[in-house]
Design a protein around this ligand. Structure first.
Ligand SMILES: Cc1ncc(COP(=O)(O)O)c(C=O)c1O
Length: 417
């Protein structure tokens, strides 16, 4: 068992590299260079490994994937089923049902104070990942550059590459969480086209302040750059923090697009629904991307999404009830465990914990999984800052979190010194 694990750890040591390399030598046809350079998502892959172990009968404690554990409300499920029964199983228009776009426009007007025309300034996509890809394909030519702040969500860099661009990484010190405008300035070149911002942030829990948001927007405006703001965790803010959407800035459509969706706020990850807000021109290009790829988001799922927006306050209450106690448990654990430290996350549902062991994050994550049945994500999946870090998601029940953290304490005690 030990020998097998060591081999396995070695195989997977560079999560996102060796682990995700797919061999093409047995094929009688050529695989593109573009896709061969593309790394898979380490988060999804760790999750797949847990599923494999679960099939073998193991009970895995999940602190890994960004999947809230609450079910969508019955009102959402009922609206979806009703839509299926009413044969809303045909294509919808590529931009998404106008009824849904109108509901999104009212929702953002109420929550972010922004005015968008549902006919031309809202586009519904099959998930935020596809929304990001549609935007990147719309603004990047071969070799164009996109600024990404490190630590960053795994898929940004790969998506930029897939769209022909080059990710340019700017470190943000999670201890201060401040954007360093000097390093940002030195990273900008004539080929820079866009800056990806993710607040509340996966994996650090950073929440952008109003001042920082405004400063970043002015920076982008002065240099004709596009801010691509991924606000998928907008409802997960704690300690009295407020989510400051880029869509709340006067004149934002000239230099920003805002992405949000149904996966996290409404726990509708499998519905694969998100939206992009922006100027009608950029959304027209994004729509062409959708027309030629998925055609439209799943039609009956969109009826469930309309119901979700109608019941937004109930979801918000659920999040406010469930998540702060879980966050406290993880933060208390961090405080009491000498081997681990973390910056207090103000948003999202992750703690990006630094540990004090001479073991790579992949080794730690895989040993926790294989030996202790605890699944966390290695920090290296989130850029170079993540060396000696683990991302702990607290989207599971209090019981699961407590049990998993107890086992992690044992792991660190057994492996210290
Ligand atoms: C920062 C961030 N953006 C986007 C997504 C993907 O959202 P969706 O399920 O809508 O594709 C995730 C999922 O984990 C995420 O963490």
């Amino acid at each position: 068992m030990k020998i097998r694990l060591i081999i396995y750890v070695e195989e997977m040591e560079k999560v996102g590299e060796e682990m995700t390399n797919v061999d093409s030598q047995h094929l009688n046809y050529k695989i593109s260079r573009r896709i061969q350079q593309f790394k898979g998502s380490p988060t999804v892959q760790i999750f797949s490994r847990t599923k494999e172990l679960e099939r073998q009968g193991r009970e895995i404690l999940h602190l890994d994937i960004g999947q809230p554990d609450f079910a969508p409300l019955d009102s959402v499920l009922d609206a979806t089923i009703k839509a299926i029964r009413a044969r809303k199983t045909e294509y919808s228009v590529s931009s998404g049902l106008l009824e849904l776009r109108s509901a999104i426009a009212s929702h953002v007007a109420q929550h972010d104070g922004c005015v968008v025309d549902p006919k031309s300034e809202v586009l519904v996509t099959s998930g935020a990942k596809l929304a990001l890809l549609a935007v990147l394909f719309s603004v990047l030519d071969e070799g164009d550059e996109v600024i990404i702040f490190d630590p960053y969500w795994v898929s940004y860099a790969e998506m930029v590459r897939l769209a022909g661009g080059l990710p340019r990484i700017v470190a943000v010190d999670p201890r201060t969480h401040g954007i360093d405008f000097d390093s940002l300035e030195t990273t900008i070149t004539p080929d820079t086209r866009a800056i990806i911002v993710n607040s509340p942030n996966n994996p650090t829990g950073w929440v952008i302040s109003k001042e920082e948001r405004d400063a970043l927007f002015s920076f982008a405006q002065d240099r004709d750059l596009l801010i691509i703001s991924d606000e998928i965790y907008s409802e997960y803010v704690f300690d009295g923090e407020k989510h400051w959407s880029f869509s709340g800035i006067d004149g934002w459509k000239k230099n920003a697009v805002v992405i949000n969706g149904f996966s996290k706020t409404y726990s509708m990850t499998g519905y694969r629904l998100a939206w992009i807000l922006g100027a009608s021109d950029i959304l027209g290009f994004c729509r062409k991307f959708i027309e030629n790829s998925t055609t439209c988001p799943v039609t009956f799922a969109q009826y469930g999404a309309i119901a979700a927006l109608q019941h937004h306050d109930e979801f918000k209450t659920l999040i406010k009830e469930l998540f702060p106690p879980r966050r406290e448990i993880v933060l208390d654990w961090v405080k009491s465990t000498k081997a681990v430290s973390a910056v207090i996350p103000r948003g999202a549902f992750y703690v990006f914990a630094a540990y004090d062991l001479s073991m790579s994050p992949t080794t730690v994550a895989l040993r926790l999984l294989e030996e202790y049945d605890v699944s966390v994500i290695p920090g290296t999946a989130f850029g170079s800052f993540g060396k000696r870090h683990l991302r702990i998601a607290y989207a599971s029940s209090v019981e699961v979190i407590k049990k998993a953290l107890g086992r992690m304490t044992t792991f660190f005690e057994e492996n210290q010194g």
